[in-house]
Design a protein around this ligand. Structure first.
Ligand SMILES: Cc1cc2nc3c(=O)[nH]c(=O)nc-3n(C[C@H](O)[C@H](O)[C@H](O)COP(=O)(O)OP(=O)(O)OC[C@H]3O[C@@H](n4cnc5c(N)ncnc54)[C@H](O)[C@@H]3O)c2cc1C
Length: 238
């Protein structure tokens, strides 16, 4: 979905019952000062959740933003989203203001499927905006007995968040000049283990990091790469 529309088109989109569902906020919790997890409840029976898909939320008169369901329960009509409250955007400010009992409309999930169940090794890279994807894929990886590992680049204040979210087999890196540096990426342990050479690589988060990691992987690995930049410095509503 386009992130910015004329107001009349945004109104029509939000009213569309085939695209959007009424949801109510049951609970909000700050996992860290800039990561807010919100539990929504509503009729999600029409929603088809796939790893890599995102739900769209209207965050202003004219703008929509993409967010990933970290957990859903069709029977209870519940879906959780972990929002990065980075403070620079209209979406971040809108989400920061949401509280229990608020009502809003959320789109059906759509996007790019990133999980290929036929590949035994699954590698997931991302940042704060990818934590929802990580939480959504973890039970699938466990159930289907994959060998898996997560690499996260996180702000210093979020280093302990993967543990708080119950993630496993993860390595946390600082954001300081790491995944922007091809030479540094080349030396990561994942490239020194033969069994990971043919893994499914799921890369999301900062667009520059994703691009650099992808480029390195293309040179070094025979694996399958599914990648999508979730945000880019200086760009609104990627
Ligand atoms: C498929 C998909 C799934 C996504 N899932 C999630 C999710 O589950 N949780 C989540 O929090 N985000 C998620 N995102 C990312 C989110 O949509 C973007 O971060 C979006 O730009 C936020 O909108 P905004 O209005 O806050 O900022 P914008 O108005 O888009 O941008 C304003 C400024 O803020 C900067 N900015 C945007 N995002 C960030 C950030 N995360 N950190 C630092 N600076 C930033 C931009 O570079 C720009 O300079 C997802 C994106 C996609 C495409």
């Amino acid at each position: 979905m386009i992130s910015k529309l004329p107001k009349w088109a945004a109104d029509l989109t939000e009213k569309s019952d085939s695209l959007m569902s009424d949801m109510k906020i049951l609970d909000t919790v700050y996992v860290s000062p800039n990561l807010k997890k919100i539990r929504f409840q509503g009729d999600i029976s029409r929603m088809n959740f796939q790893v890599g898909y995102a739900n769209v939320i209207r965050v202003s008169d004219r703008e929509f933003r993409n967010y990933t369901a970290s957990y859903h329960n069709l029977g209870e009509g519940i879906l959780d989203i972990i929002f990065h409250i980075h403070g620079n955007g209209v979406g971040s400010r809108y989400i920061n203001g949401l509280k229990p009992e608020d009502e809003l409309r959320i789109s059906i999930p759509r996007g790019k499927k990133m999980y290929d169940g036929t590949i035994r090794q699954q590698f997931v890279f991302g940042d704060e905006t990818s934590l929802g994807l990580a939480c959504s894929i973890l039970p699938i990886l466990q159930k289907n007995k994959h060998q898996y590992q997560f690499y996260f680049e996180l702000d210093d204040e979020n280093q302990s968040v993967p543990e708080l979210l119950g993630l496993e087999n993860y390595t946390v890196f600082s954001k300081k000049n790491t995944f922007r540096n091809e030479q540094w990426i080349n030396e990561l342990p994942v490239f020194n283990a033969d069994e990971w050479n043919t893994a499914n690589f799921i890369l999301t988060g900062n667009a520059k990091s994703v691009q650099t990691f992808r480029k390195t992987l293309k040179n070094k690995s025979k694996g399958n790469i599914s990648s999508q930049g979730y945000w880019l410095e200086g760009k609104k509503g990627l």
